[in-house]
Design a protein around this ligand. Structure first.
Ligand code: NAD
Length: 287
């Protein structure tokens, strides 16, 4: 990499960040396009968020990705929010345009873009969304803003329940045409009845993540049918038990790694206006 007196910095903020592939991903793209930019990962706690956002201004950084646990904590320090970041109260990308800092959330954009790359639009669709955490909120917000007809969220009655209730109310204000509701994941009758009449089934819980790779939220596989599109946010392993079962039943499936790469590509587009070479990055970092 060529570093000079004019090199502009970007970075990742959050903690822990040591495992992140973002520096390798973005620096590869900067080199590919000959951008005089460099990307580093910074350990930032929620208490340090204000100072870290101030550093973007002071050091004239082009922007930053934001990860857990700082996605909500950065909001008070920004100048503007995009509609999806506003609706879900979480930011994962900050862009600095001449001193004006705008917060975006590309997780949901990555989800819908990954579907689009697989020939599926969310507009007009009925979605069953499993989970109510960070990934689920981002998906619900973006899908509602892109015109999904109905999003039925199923979550356990755990600590996420009151938060997702609030998030859905906020999304409903931003996208009043979309029908949004929250149901109990432990009510199997309701769950399978709703899946049988939906177009897209989306897992946004942690179930299926390594090392517990044989687990799936969907235990009654008779709900899978070839017209159903099944997606997962979990990307380790790349093909979860849920996706394997759905594929075996003839469903179209979209994996979490595709979503992860697409959210990175959306962030790169916001920083640079350029297209990330998604398949090149997949082969470089995730082969
Ligand atoms: P989170 O902690 O914010 O939310 C976790 C969700 O999982 C909650 O809804 C919780 O109720 C549910 N859950 C946990 N254990 C469960 C169980 N045993 N049964 C049913 N539900 C359960 O987490 P998050 O940040 O939303 O991440 C969720 C998953 O999505 C993780 O695997 C993460 O790596 C992945 N993720 C992927 C992307 C991507 O781009 N592909 C982006 C963000 C997160």
């Amino acid at each position: 990499m060529h570093l000079s007196g004019t090199t502009v910095m970007l970075g990742l903020m959050g903690t822990p960040v040591e495992h992140s592939k973002s520096p390798a991903m973005y620096n590869h793209c900067f080199a590919k396009y000959g951008l005089d930019w460099a990307y580093l990962a910074f350990n930032v706690t929620p208490e340090q968020t204000g100072a870290a956002v101030q550093a973007i201004r002071t050091l004239h950084m082009r922007g930053a990705n934001v990860t857990m646990p700082c996605k909500s904590a950065v909001i008070p320090y920004l100048d503007k929010l995009s509609p999806e970041a506003q609706a879900i109260g979480a930011v994962n990308v900050i862009v600095n345009d001449g001193g004006v800092l705008t917060g975006y959330n590309t997780d949901g954009m990555g989800y819908t873009q990954n579907l689009r790359r697989n020939g599926v639009e969310v507009k007009g669709k009925k979605i069953v969304l499993l989970g109510g955490g960070g990934a689920a909120s981002a998906i619900a917000g973006q899908a509602a803003l892109e015109g999904a007809a109905e999003i039925t969220v199923f979550n356990r009655k755990d600590e996420f329940w009151p938060r997702v209730e609030q998030t859905l109310q906020s999304i409903a204000k931003a996208a009043p045409e979309c029908s949004l509701s929250l149901h109990d994941l432990d009510d199997g009758r309701d769950l399978y009845k709703t899946i049988r009449r939906c177009d897209i089934l989306s897992n946004a819980t942690r179930v299926g993540m390594a090392p517990d790779v044989e687990r799936s939220v969907i235990t009654d596989r008779s709900c899978f049918r070839p017209e159903l599109v099944v997606t997962d946010v979990v990307y380790a392993p790349p093909e979860t038990r849920l996706l394997r079962d759905a594929r075996a039943a003839g469903c179209k499936t979209c994996d979490g790694l595709g979503m992860l790469l697409c959210q990175g590509a959306e962030a790169f587009r916001l920083y640079s206006g350029l297209e990330m070479p998604i398949e090149e990055i997949r082969a470089l970092l995730y082969a």
